[in-house]
Design a protein around this ligand. Sequence first.
Ligand code: FAD
Ligand code: UDP
Length: 367
Amino acid sequence: MYDFLIVGAGFAGCTLAERLAAGLNKKVLLVDKRNHIGGNAYDYYNKDGILVHQYGPHIFHTNIKRVWNYLSLFTDWHYYQHRVLSHVDGLKVPFPINLDTVNMLFGQQISVFDLIDYFNKVVHDAGVKEIKNARDMAVSRVGNELYNKFFKNYTKKQWALLSEELAPEVTARIPLRINRDPRYFVDPYQGVPRYGYTWMFQRMVADPNIHLLLNADYKKILNEVKFDRMIYTGPIDYFFDYIHGRLPYRSLDFEFQTLHVEQFQEVGTINYPNDYDFTRITEFKHLTGQKHPWTTIIYEYPVEGGEPFYPIPKAENKELFNKYKSEAQKLKSIYFVGRLAEYCYYNMDLVIERALEVFDEIIKEKI
Ligand code: FAD
Ligand code: UDP
């Protein structure tokens, strides 16, 4: 007999399992259909001894101190700050766009003041009155020319949709920098768990109140276990047997390559908006700080079908999700938490924040 059945051992599931078990002394059954914990943040040492992220590169960054402090209970950090270059017009230039990007691309040496004038002009010329989609969002920040070079084709490749068809939040993730800051994120807390994500997750679920069951789809075990309440972190449409139809997700194929050189590229990630079928190449050793005579890189190829990695931020998908949300709200003893259950383009930190909020709600319920 368990107090909670938790479906999914990613950030949402492991955070709630840990809090309920260690914080409230609840008996928890944590189930995942995969053969490992960690969800999409799972990492492991490959056969060449290099630490890699199985489901694509994961860099932790947040401005939520509570979330950083919480994870820091289970891990030390490798204080990595991510850097990205974008391969545009045959050059590799800093991304998000900053002063150096513009100077390199246009072969000039303008000042920050000129840069502000430049963006004021191009944004005015673009004439976006109201931000209705991902194109409007990007163009209203960087103007048409830079949008065409950096955003238009990457977005089409990543989503198989035009930017005009996607919600503004997609490109809103990428700021414009009126300075020379080359970092991808500027959050005050950034890094990767020093010994890897999986090592950290193992510590999160080590409490004796947590019983872990891997390789098990929760629907297959429902008749065999008894529990009071459920926390569900898988795809919400699957939970309801697709009664309202399938929610679309975007997936990726990953190609890993280990190269017999110490370093492949100058920064963690290089984006290829306009060339090739992959969106970006990431070299793990930049992220993890690992020393090794060889190096492993990962190519990301966006695809339809496969693992549900990205909810697709689009008005009609949100409407469909809302139908499932109404169903979910009728179920008083089941909590839907995380990127798949809430059909929300969350980063890791927001998933943890959500899980901690749900934990707070559960405490208030005093059951
Ligand atoms: P998940 O990690 O997806 O965990 C859900 C778990 O539920 C899975 O393990 C799944 O196997 C399990 N499950 C599903 N259905 C069932 C079932 N029927 N029965 C049993 N188990 C089930 N975020 C960042 O902050 N920084 C990054 O750099 C970053 N990079 C990313 C790169 C890629 C390529 C992707 C796809 C995502 C990235 N993210 C990043 C987002 C991050 O992966 C998510 O925010 C986070 O992993 C979501 O955690 P979760 O627990 O909600 O879901
Ligand atoms: N994007 C782009 N060009 C880039 C990088 C990102 O147009 O070089 C857009 C694209 O639509 C992408 C979104 O910004 O889906 C968010 O990018 P981010 O790097 O945050 O995506 P993630 O890491 O979640 O895949």
